[in-house]
Design a binder for this molecule. Structure first.
Ligand code: 13P
Length: 255
């Protein structure tokens, strides 16, 4: 009932021609999947070109960030009104934005609300730092981040959102969380959603795991009951590894 998603976060990689080439290579390798949603999140400058391509190819498009205002004097920013019609999804509060660009729980909440107000599904990222993990503060960190990000949203709006659990120590390190740990934390996220909006809402929200996912570990991760997909960094920059992750997930879900 929750459609599995393989989401590629390309971060600040790929020029427009490179992005088009990568999307075409992925399509040549894996084609359309009836059961796995393929979400590509390229740099925003590539979105328009990929949107044209997505009309022929079965992938969804997402932005990596957006501002919460409609328009105005915010040099360098992109508003959800500008993304409307171009993307289906927008990543909000990625840990790199939180750590390198000063995003707070509050701005994550503002952006989440703004995306939803424009009919764009927010992929809200949460995750603990290494020190928090080592001090046993993972649960409380996730609890605070999830509640803050979704503060003031209705149950229907939460149902229209995706949560991505990305432990910061696992991002780009080659050291993924074990499938069991990732599954437990995603289960905790679902329990928090249940406390906030009831089980029916919690059961429909897709929860992704991100952090050093690759073809070798995606099978174990996707077997976890509360994990509905992956937010993939490095492995999504190579057509072969991303396509393989889509294929493995598709097989597990009976494609
Ligand atoms: P890696 O898959 O490179 O660890 O990156 C994960 C990530 O940050 C996706 O948003």
């Amino acid at each position: 009932m929750r459609k599995p998603m393989m989401a590629g976060n390309w971060k600040m990689n790929k020029t427009v021609p490179e992005a088009l080439a990568l999307a075409r290579q992925i399509h040549a390798l894996v084609g359309g999947s009836a059961v796995v949603e393929q979400l590509l999140c390229p740099p925003s400058i590539c979105l328009h070109a990929l949107k044209m391509l997505a009309e022929e190819m079965p992938f969804s498009l997402g932005a990596q960030n957006c501002h919460w205002e409609e328009s105005g004097a915010y040099t360098g920013e992109i508003s959800p009104a500008m993304l409307r019609g171009l993307v289906d999804y927008v990543i909000i509060g990625h840990s790199e934005r939180r750590q390198l660009f000063g995003e707070s729980d509050e701005t994550v909440n503002q952006k989440t609300r703004a995306a939803l107000a424009h009919g764009i599904t927010p992929v809200v990222c949460v995750g603990e730092m290494l020190e928090q993990n080592e001090r046993g503060q993972t649960g409380e960190t996730i609890n605070r981040q999830v509640r803050a990000a979704l503060d003031g949203l209705s149950g229907a709006q939460v149902q229209s959102s995706i949560i991505a659990y990305e432990p910061i120590w696992a991002i780009g390190t080659g050291r993924a969380a074990t499938a069991g740990t990732a599954g437990d934390i995603c289960g905790q996220v679902r329990a928090i959603l249940g406390e906030m909006h009831g089980e029916t809402v919690a059961d429909t929200v897709r929860i992704l795991y991100g952090g050093s996912t690759k073809p070798d570990n995606i099978g174990a991760i996707m077997r976890e009951a509360h994990i509905d997909g992956a937010l993939i960094g490095g492995a999504a920059l190579e057509a072969a590894s991303y396509a393989e992750m889509v294929r493995i997930t598709g097989e597990m879900y009976g494609a």
